[in-house]
Design a protein around this ligand. Structure first.
Ligand SMILES: *Cc1c(COP(=O)(O)O)cnc(C)c1O
Length: 247
């Protein structure tokens, strides 16, 4: 991105924020139209992990409602004061089982469910609270060794567990594509996630697995062309900021 004129880390200038959000909305609109879809089929999750609270409030004031954070503790600190009513907070980063309790207390949707032990921990905590929790199954479609997400082979089994759980509400799938220069190269990752979702949906006709969370700043257009219903966008909205922690 060349148009980032923010000065202080974590604090984008409001005017730049408005310009960037406008550009993202236009890009989402163009991508949906290019494949005969409608812009309102795609939810924009503003990934606020690198910015401070004032930037989230500014983005809310500019109309964004979905926010994504990747670390439970950091998000708890940032959101001591809850987000305004109408906002939806997504956990998009890897979740340790010992943080399941804090995650459920803070987040509206957990996108990074990827293993049996985590399903058990989340289920136990949801039951304790008497609250059903919407979740996505994260799949490592690209089979990157260091990446979170279950293998495509284990997705069917894990989805079966989620569907059987009275406390977890599976809504679909999430993936993170490899970071490579040409977004065209990751198209098969996105079409692969959609194909996997279609298979799981046939296996589980009783639940609606309509959500496909895929696509980030560099590849959301391609993801939308391949059926994304949710794009997780950080840098294109908030600008480039040094990560306080590795992603
Ligand atoms: C940081 C992050 C994003 C957003 O990435 P950008 O390239 O800044 O848009 C999306 N998804 C996950 C899981 C992330 O950790």
């Amino acid at each position: 991105m060349k148009n980032v004129v923010s000065t202080e880390a974590g604090t984008p200038q409001p005017r730049d924020l408005a310009t960037r959000i406008e550009a993202v909305l236009t890009a989402v609109e163009d991508a949906t139209h290019s494949v005969g879809r409608k812009p309102d089929e795609v939810t924009i999750v503003a990934v606020s992990k690198t910015v401070d609270r004032s930037a989230i409030d500014a983005a809310f004031a500019l109309g964004l409602r979905h926010f994504g954070e990747n670390r439970v503790q950091e998000a708890s600190r940032k959101l001591v004061e809850p987000l305004p009513a109408g906002s939806v907070l997504h956990l998009i980063g890897q979740l340790q089982t010992n943080k399941a309790k804090a995650a459920i207390a803070l987040f509206d949707m957990i996108e990074s469910v990827d293993r049996p032990s985590l399903i058990d921990a989340l289920e136990k905590e949801a039951e304790r609270r008497g609250e059903q929790v919407p979740v996505l199954l994260q799949v490592n479609v690209a089979r990157e060794p260091q990446k979170a997400g279950c293998s495509p082979e284990s997705a069917s089994d894990l989805m079966g567990r989620l569907v059987r759980s009275p406390w977890l509400l599976p809504r679909g799938l999430m993936t993170m594509a490899p970071l490579i220069a040409d977004p065209e190269e990751v198209r098969p990752v996105f079409s692969g996630l959609r194909a996997l979702r279609d298979t799981l949906q046939r296996e589980q006709p009783a639940v609606d697995l309509g959500t496909l969370s895929m696509g980030m700043t560099d590849d959301f257009r391609v993801a939308i062309e391949e059926g994304a219903t949710s794009v997780r966008i950080g840098r294109a909205i908030f600008g480039h900021f040094p990560q306080t922690h590795p992603a």
